[in-house]
Design a protein around this ligand. Structure first.
Ligand SMILES: *[C@@H]1O[C@H](CO)[C@@H](O)[C@H](O)[C@H]1NC(C)=O
Ligand SMILES: *[C@@H]1O[C@H](CO)[C@@H](O)[C@H](O)[C@H]1NC(C)=O
Ligand SMILES: *[C@@H]1O[C@H](CO)[C@@H](O)[C@H](O)[C@H]1NC(C)=O
Ligand SMILES: *[C@@H]1O[C@H](CO)[C@@H](O)[C@H](O)[C@H]1NC(C)=O
Length: 556
């Protein structure tokens, strides 16, 4: 079902509920007007430099439910540009920080203490909003670390001492499961998955997955596999060019999807990116489930870049697969430019931004050239011939070891880039310690009359499965029928992969006008924990294609 169909349903029901209550058809001539199609309102957006340096390069990031962001790099390549507070403990005799906590609202940051090496690790938030971060390198590769957000700058990293990962996890991917556990899958020279918490015998071991062997080629190209929890409770796993439907509970491959067409590899070091497109819940039945994979590099590109410093053109294609179709087939589309090491971000509008990366080469040290400075917008429901829009460029290359993710105010936070082993501030692509924000078109003040402002969420900012609840918001000009409520989970982002990123558009039961400028959307909570695993989500109201700022809700 498309947004337009859904809008039509909302129009229908809002009229059904309201026509007798308010004489809106007379007051508002725009009833029955199809919402403006995004393509006609898209403009380039703009960039803001937030911090010229936070002292470390942002290799891994996680947005926390108190609007702070935990940022960390590796710890084993010498000093960073940020000192730990005088007199505080210096892990491994290094008195510089390799992690910071950044406060989005005040645009300030403060150093944290990481004890063991976190290089190329993975993570996710548990249902209470605590970061569970797993693995890394050397002495850190079996370590499980947690970070529980607090409202001051007093909280810090904690390393579990008795509970450790069963296998080392370096370049693994994590996904929160419907029961609140997390699965940690793959990694370099590790062909298994395991679970956290490790509180019983069954969770305290790892499980072999042959697919991880089958997808490894001489360049690897299967690290940081793409992992999406599907609404049927199974996992979609993509690595290299292959993908499977996997029942992790019984350790059974239920289905092999067709190979993604073409010669391009999609996973590290031929780093592409992937999102599951928004799940739109409705009375019409289970949601259509589509996975989008964009960018990467042709076979052989990594060895050429790494050994010969010859930088092949990156992949130009995106593949889109309807995974719950009886006979799924990849739809291949061309991006406006080749791209490797880009991040893909679900926007509250339901569209996708592709940002950061390079046009030649692959991931790896000194292995890419030709940074791509323009983000591109992928309009999910647009005619394929008008799918992409090229947006305004940044002037900072964001290549290997850079990140980008959605903030609750609708901006995209962008940071990092360090194609060198150590911190190097000379040359064409210096180590970057800055943070920027990209402001998409919908933040333009010209849309302020259409922008909803959330007043409250009934049920005290918790959302239960299948529970009907109201979201109240104010709006200066309501175009009937063009609003929906969306939940977006905060991703753990590193190496172009947004782990746990998902968007769920809730089923709208009715729209009620409560005062001259206030409205209430009555919606149904996610069907079950396969659709939206428990935890914190950003709740957005989107009206006529323009999102509100999000409020945090706890889905449970
Ligand atoms: C980081 O510190 C080095 C050494 O003091 C200095 O040369 C460099 O300019 C600093 N980089 C940034 C981005 O602040
Ligand atoms: C979350 O918090 C609740 C209440 O404090 C506690 O009972 C529960 O064990 C916690 N869950 C996790 C996964 O930490
Ligand atoms: C998990 O396994 C490790 C290593 O065998 C052991 O030391 C630890 O006690 C086990 N933990 C639990 C909860 O079973
Ligand atoms: C990028 O790839 C294209 C196509 O192969 C090539 O023509 C171009 O020279 C490459 N650019 C660089 C800077 O290597």
């Amino acid at each position: 079902m498309t947004f337009k169909n859904q809008s039509f349903l909302i129009i229908f029901f809002s009229l059904y509920f309201l026509s007798s209550f308010l004489e809106l058809t007379k007051a508002n001539p725009s009833v029955f007007v199809t919402p403006t199609s995004a393509s006609s309102i898209v403009s380039g957006g703009y960039w803001q430099l937030l911090q010229s340096s936070v002292g470390i390069s942002a290799m891994h990031v996680q947005l926390l439910p108190n609007n702070k962001v935990i940022i960390f790099d590796r710890t084993d390549v010498g000093p960073s540009n940020l000192s730990l507070p005088v007199g505080s403990f210096c892990p491994k005799n290094d008195c510089t920080a390799h992690s910071v906590i950044y406060d989005v609202v005040s645009n300030t940051f403060s150093p944290l203490h990481v004890l063991t090496d976190t290089w190329c690790s993975s993570g996710s938030l548990d249902p209470n909003g605590t970061l569970i971060q797993t693995g890394g390198y050397n002495e850190g590769d079996h370590v499980i670390r947690t970070f529980t957000p607090c409202d001051t700058y007093a909280c810090d990293w904690y390393e579990l001492t008795t509970t450790r990962l069963t296998d080392r996890r370096w370049y693994a991917t994590n996904q929160v499961l419907p029961d609140g556990r997390v699965i940690i899958l793959g990694g370099r020279r590790v062909f298994t998955y395991e679970f956290y918490p490790k509180d019983d015998f069954l969770n305290n071991k790892s499980f072999y997955l042959r697919f991880l062997v089958e997808t490894k080629d001489p360049e690897e190209n299967n690290l940081y596999p793409f992992l999406h929890l599907l609404p049927d409770g199974n996992l979609f796993i993509f690595a290299n060019k292959k993908s499977i439907l996997f029942d992790y509970k019984r350790s059974i491959v239920l289905k092999q999807f067709p190979l993604i067409p073409g010669d391009d590899k999609r996973n590290y070091p031929s780093t592409g990116s992937s999102v599951m497109l928004p799940l739109k819940l409705s009375w019409a039945g289970p949601p259509v489930v589509e996975v989008l994979v964009c960018g990467g590099a042709p076979a052989g590109a990594f060895l050429k870049a790494d050994k010969m410093k010859v930088f092949m053109e990156a992949s130009r294609t995106c593949g889109r697969l309807r995974v719950n179709d009886p006979n799924p087939q990849w739809l291949m589309e061309f991006m406006p430019m080749p791209r490797v090491m880009s991040d893909m971000i679900l926007l509250p509008t339901g569209d996708v931004i592709i940002i950061n990366g390079a046009a030649n080469g692959t991931a790896g040290w000194e292995d890419a050239v030709n940074p791509v400075l323009n983000p591109i917008l992928y309009l999910v429901n647009e005619n394929p011939f008008r799918r992409f829009t090229v947006l305004s460029p940044s002037n900072i290359p964001r290549m290997y070891h850079s990140v980008a993710f959605l903030l609750p105010d609708g901006r995209i936070l962008v940071g990092g880039s360090n194609p060198h082993t150590r911190y190097v501030f000379t040359g064409i692509y210096p180590t970057d310690l800055s943070l920027e924000a990209y402001n998409p078109y919908y933040l333009d003040p010209k849309f302020n009359s259409l922008r909803p402002f959330i007043l409250s969420v009934e049920s005290g900012y918790t959302v239960s499965y299948g529970q009907r609840f109201g979201v109240s918001f104010s709006l200066s000009l309501y175009k009937w029928g063009a609003a929906f409520v969306a939940l977006i989970s905060p991703s753990f982002t590193t190496h172009s992969i947004g782990m746990n990123q998902r968007m769920v558009v809730l089923n709208t039961a009715s729209v009620v006008q409560t005062t001259m400028v206030d409205y209430k959307l009555v919606v149904d909570g996610p069907t079950n924990a396969n659709v939206a695993p428990p935890g914190y989500y950003m709740l957005f109201v989107v009206h006529s294609g323009i999102p509100s700022h999000a409020v945090w809700v706890k889905v449970m």
